[in-house]
Structure formats: structure tokens, C-alpha cells
Design a protein around this ligand. Structure first.
Ligand code: HEM
Length: 401
């Protein structure tokens, strides 16, 4: 990695330049030491291999995310133009389309509707944790973290069953496809997404009546959206909901295993569950980055960003910004809950946040009833252009009393 303040390819010769490829396996497995260097270098940096600006600190990340008129999602939030045209979901639109889509899709995800999911999530969590307590060792990802998120997709979204076993692959491919167009994972992600959209073409008339997808199709029709748009929007209930939550849950297992004092604290003070979930999401930051396109020349602090350039928002880096979070590497479930931006911020903040929070709160609550100690063993990181998390994590539950 090189950093230099000279010979910038842009007019911004004083902006720190980094020759760091965000898609390199080293960065995807552990970007945090490099993120620290980004933050130390300045509020805005230039990434040479991507030919894009990036904001590694919390304050500028929040500014970019909350000024949607200046920082557009409509030209896509990835690093290539193709994925924006292929998937015009809520994520990749600006108002007024964005507001229409969000109003149509958002109903089952509103806090009161989500609260009604609690009994079924709790029952599934109790069954799963009981089973895992009887096993000497299990995979924290496939045996535990995947269970609730996949359960929601299977039981609530209401899609025909034959595509379900491919959902995890499609979700990961969807995130890979946001990368640079010349990157191999981006190409293979785009290829796999074609398979996913063929499946989507087969769903009309086969949706479970009353399920989230069925409700969306009907509400979208009433709002005058064409069939293709409605089918594209169904994916908002699937792809952003799986690996994100799965990675956050497995990161939570690893964090509580490494910090037994925090596990003891949560077990005795369950009122800390919402804060504990926020703190897990802060350190997990399952989505490492998305981009925005600058719509007109914009001064970010004292840095002049020219219009039509892309800015990479580094959520994971912002969530460990020492300017915002004292002792940022420390796992502390008593931190104020609303500072972290792992669920985004502003107009595009996570639409499924209440579902993800409920899944995690219920699971940690059920575990806290019967697990005295969480122990972890060997692990492997997954490698994805946008997502950060475990592909595998050995876990043992030590039962209480
Ligand atoms: C821990 C789990 C999750 C994390 C960390 C997460 C993270 C995020 C982030 C960072 C964004 C903002 C994107 C941006 O700034 O452009 C976002 C948006 C979104 N998320 Fe999540 N998410 C999670 C779970 C879910 C779930 C369970 C669902 C669906 C049920 C979901 C659906 C969405 C949708 C549809 C958007 C787009 C919202 C918009 O553009 O207005 N997410 N998520």
C-alpha cells in the first residue's frame, strides 16, 4: 500500500491517495488496520485502483448519507453502472420513486407489524438453542446464525419453495455484483444474478396469499407499478436480509465469547438487549461500503468534490472512528445505541432494521436464559466484495446451572 500527497490524478492534489484495492482478499478478510490509516490520513481520501473518493470517518459518512440531493443513489450504490440498471430496487433509486417503493414495501417491516413476529421467532430460537446445547460443538454460522433469517424468508415472504435453497448464493452474488466491473467476483455475481431473475419471472401467480411478496405485488399494482418493477422490488425482502443479519449474529457469538464480562452483564440486565444489538452491529458492520454519486460540485469540509464522481462510504471504518467512539475496538454493550451507522443513515437507512433487531434480540435473549458461556474455536472469513463476516465459526455452548 502506498500513500502519497503528490501527483493526484484529480485536481485535488492535497487529498491523501491510497493504492488500496478494496476487493483484494486481504482487505476483505481484515480491512480494519488499513481503515485506521485511511482515517488518520484525512476526512476524504482518493482510492487509486477505484478512481473514487472515500469517506473513512464518521462525520463525513453521516453527511454524505443524509444529503441525498447532493449524493445520489439513483446512479447505483456499487462501483459499476451495470448493476444499477439491472436492479432498480429501493436501494438504487432517489425520490420520488424511492419514496413510492419504500411506502409500498415497508408495511410488513413497520415496528408494530414486526413485533407480531416475536412468538414464532422465539419458538424457533428456543428449539435451535436447546438442540445446540446438547452438541459438543457446532458451526455458529450454518447451525445457528442462518436459522432465524432463513426462517423469515421461508415463512413470511411467501415465495415458491424451489428457489429457497439458492437464496443464500443469490444474496451473496447480489452483493458481489456491486464491485468494479473488471473484478472476477463482480462478473460471477452478475452471472448468478441472471439465474435469480429467471426464478423471479416464475413467481407471479405462485405466491403465498397474504405473504410479504403477495402484499407487495398487490400494493404495487394499486400504485400503478408495472410487473417487472414489482418483481424487482420483492428482492428487497430477500437479498439484503440474509447475509447481513447472519454475519451480525455470528459476529455477536464471537464478541460475547471473547468478552464474557459483557455476556454476564447481558444475562443479568436484559434491558441492555437493544444496546447490545447496536454494539454488535457497530463492530460487525456486515456492509462494508456502498457508494453515492455527487450530483453537483460539493464542499465536504474543506474538500471540493466535483460533480459526477463516486464517493465510497466506508460504514465499517466510520463505526470504529476514534473521533466518535472512545476506545472504538472495545466491545461495550452500554454504549449509546444510535451513534453507529451499521444500518445506514438518512433516506436509505435500513428498511428491515426492526426485523433484524428483533431476530437478534430474541436469539440473544433465549441464549441468555440457558447458556452460561459461549466458546469459539477455529473460524474462516467469507470473501465478498461488500459483505464482511464469518463463513464458518466453531462454537460450543456451556449450559447454565
Ligand atoms: C443486521 C442486519 C442488517 C444490516 C447490518 C443492514 C444494513 C443496511 C444498510 C447499511 C443499509 C443502507 C444502504 C445505503 O446506505 O444505501 C440498508 C438498507 C436496506 N436494508 Fe438492511 N440491513 C440489515 C438487515 C435487513 C433486513 C432483515 C432487511 C429486510 C427484511 C433489509 C432490507 C433493506 C432494504 C430494503 C434497504 C434499502 C433501503 C433504502 O434504500 O431505502 N435489511 N441495510
Amino acid at each position: 500500500m502506498t500513500e502519497s500527497l503528490a501527483d493526484s490524478p484529480t485536481t485535488h492534489s492535497d487529498i491523501p491517495k491510497f493504492d488500496v484495492d478494496l476487493h483484494s482478499p486481504e482487505m476483505l478478510r481484515d480491512p480494519y488496520p488499513t481503515y485506521r490509516q485511511f482515517r488518520e490520513a484525512g476526512p476524504v481520501i482518493w482510492l487509486e485502483p477505484h478512481q473514487m473518493f472515500a469517506v473513512p470517518r464518521h462525520a463525513e459518512a453521516v453527511e454524505v448519507l443524509t444529503r441525498w440531493k447532493s449524493f445520489s443513489s439513483g446512479q447505483g450504490v456499487g462501483m459499476n453502472d451495470f448493476v444499477a440498471q439491472a436492479a432498480r430496487t429501493t436501494l438504487q433509486t432517489d425520490p420520488p420513486d424511492h419514496d413510492t417503493y419504500r411506502a409500498i414495501e415497508g408495511k410488513p417491516l413497520l415496528p408494530n407489524a414486526v413485533k407480531a413476529l416475536e412468538p414464532e421467532l422465539r419458538e424457533l430460537a428456543v428449539r435451535t438453542v436447546d438442540d445446540l446445547l446438547s452438541r459438543a460443538r457446532f458451526d455458529g454460522v450454518s447451525d445457528l446464525a442462518q436459522v432465524l433469517p432463513l426462517g423469515i424468508v421461508a415463512n413470511r415472504v411467501g415465495l415458491p419453495p424451489e428457489g429457497r435453497e439458492r437464496m443464500l448464493d443469490w444474496a451473496a452474488a447480489g452483493f458481489d455484483s456491486f464491485g468494479m466491473i473488471g473484478n472476477e467476483r463482480t462478473q460471477s455475481g452478475l452471472q448468478t444474478m441472471r439465474e435469480a431473475s429467471e426464478y423471479m419471472q416464475s413467481v407471479p401467480g405462485r405466491l403465498t396469499p397474504g405473504g410479504w411478496a403477495d402484499q407487495l405485488m398487490q400494493a404495487g399494482e394499486r400504485a400503478g407499478l408495472d410487473l417487472q418493477t414489482r418483481l424487482t422490488l420483492i428482492s428487497d425482502y430477500i437479498y439484503p436480509s440474509l447475509d447481513t443479519t447472519i454475519h451480525a449474529i455470528s459476529a455477536g457469538l464471537a464478541l460475547f465469547a471473547a468478552n464474557p464480562d459483557q455476556w454476564d452483564l447481558l444475562r443479568t440486565e436484559r434491558a441492555l438487549l437493544p444496546r447490545a444489538v447496536s454494539e454488535v452491529v457497530r463492530l460487525a458492520s456486515p456492509i462494508l461500503w456502498f457508494t453515492r454519486t455527487v450530483t453537483h460540485d460539493y464542499s465536504l469540509g474543506d474538500v471540493a468534490l466535483p460533480g459526477r464522481t463516486r464517493v465510497v462510504v466506508l460504514y465499517g471504518s466510520a463505526n470504529r472512528d476514534e473521533r466518535k467512539f472512545p476506545d472504538p475496538e472495545r466491545f461495550d454493550i452500554t454504549r449509546p445505541p444510535n451513534d453507529q451507522i451499521g444500518f445506514g443513515r438518512g433516506k436509505h437507512s435500513c428498511m428491515g432494521m426492526s426485523v433484524a433487531r428483533l431476530e437478534m434480540e430474541v436469539l440473544f435473549d433465549v441464549m441468555a436464559d440457558s447458556v452460561e458461556r459461549i466458546e469459539t474455536g477455529t473460524w474462516r472469513r467469507s470473501v465478498n466484495n461488500v459483505l464482511y463476516g464469518y463463513e464458518h465459526l466453531d462454537v460450543t455452548f456451556r449450559p447454565s446451572g
